[in-house]
Unconditional design. Structure first.
Length: 260
């Protein structure tokens, strides 16, 4: 089992510099969190690909910087805005393909809006992203995220029923807690649909800590996913504010290397 890290851990450091820090810490897999449209240009993407290849690092997944806009620009009712905006997702999926990543992480629409959209409309729009991803060999995946439609386990099950084999999920430990669930409740229900995992740790007083700093049961997590024949990636995703991220990620890598 190989544990990677997300470049988002070093935000707001530039993406390519964040990738280099992940590489320098000895991780052999990574998630790229893009932060601007210029970073999606093929020349820029290929420089990061060379950077990763030179270190033997596999890029597992990409995360669009436009997540905050998906609510109105992809899942909103204004058709022209969708038509204008969808090209940005084509670029993200193409960038993923150039990097060799087969997972794209989507947040989706907010759970509460001024104009609520029906579930079937949301799922139809998500299906359009899935079809675009297929053209690049990329799986477009719903992440469970607090304050978004995907915070609801019932909604995730509704998506799964509607999308069938096209439904894939990114499971985030800290987000499960923020959504009001025991992470293992989400895991047990969705484990056959999970293709990528965001790792963090927690205590009763803090829902997001670097792995090894809390009391989350990783052994149980890995065993339960193994029982579902999980073959996807694991990446550490923590937030930089208030942390010495390099030191924390170094300690987390040591924790996993020596315990699992």
């Amino acid at each position: 089992m190989e544990i990677g890290a997300s470049t988002s851990c070093f935000y707001p450091l530039e993406t390519e510099k964040s990738l280099q820090k992940v590489i320098d810490l000895g991780f052999k897999s990574a998630e790229i969190f893009f932060n601007s449209s210029s970073e999606l240009e093929p020349d820029f993407v290929m420089e990061m690909k060379k950077q990763a290849d030179a270190a033997g690092v596999r890029i597992l997944s990409v995360h669009p910087f436009s997540s905050a806009l998906e609510n109105t620009c992809i899942f909103g009712e204004y058709q022209r805005r969708y038509d204008d905006f969808i090209d940005l997702y084509k670029k993200h999926f193409h960038a993923a393909a150039l990097l060799g990543a087969d997972v794209a992480v989507i947040h989706g629409a907010l759970s509460k809006q001024k104009r609520d959209i029906p579930s079937d409309f949301y799922i139809e729009r998500f299906a359009s992203l899935i079809e675009l991803g297929k053209t690049e060999g990329v799986r477009v995946c719903q992440e469970n995220v607090v304050r978004f439609r995907s915070e609801s386990l019932d909604f995730l099950k509704e998506m799964r029923k509607a999308l069938g084999d096209d439904f894939n999920m990114v499971f985030d430990v800290k987000q499960s807690i923020r959504c009001g669930y025991d992470p293992f409740e989400v895991l047990n229900e969705m484990k056959n649909d999970i293709v990528h995992v965001h790792l963090s740790d927690n205590t009763p007083d803090c829902d997001c800590l670097p792995p090894g700093r809390g009391n989350f049961d990783y052994e149980r997590l890995f065993k339960e996913l193994e029982s579902a024949n999980y073959t996807g990636g694991y990446v550490i995703e923590i937030y930089s504010k208030g942390l010495n991220v390099e030191e924390e990620l170094k300690a987390s890598k040591h924790f996993f290397d020596n315990n699992f």
